[in-house]
Design a protein. Sequence first.
Length: 110
Amino acid sequence: MFYLALIIIAFYQTASYPQLIYSTNSQHKADIKVFVVDYANQADLKVYKVNHKYEADGNQGLWYFVDYEFQADKKIHFVKYMYQADLKIYFVKYKYQAGWNEKSKMHLLY
């Protein structure tokens, strides 16, 4: 019974993971190094910046940028060159456009 409870808790924690992002100026403080590409087809992840924290639900490219580092689920640093990046993103205009092009990189935001 104890193991079943642990499995259920683990499932609910990974099923809905918010994407609260803090952009840091320091590369060594970042969890992920990010590069913004010019075209959507070059990106690993297409990102839509949501206006409210509750909209950033799940690992599907809906990001809410927080003001303070302690509020963030992930800290990112925008790098100057593509080869420095762990993740390539493209900012989209509409929420429905957000999502993963390269699902093998999804683990970076868990």
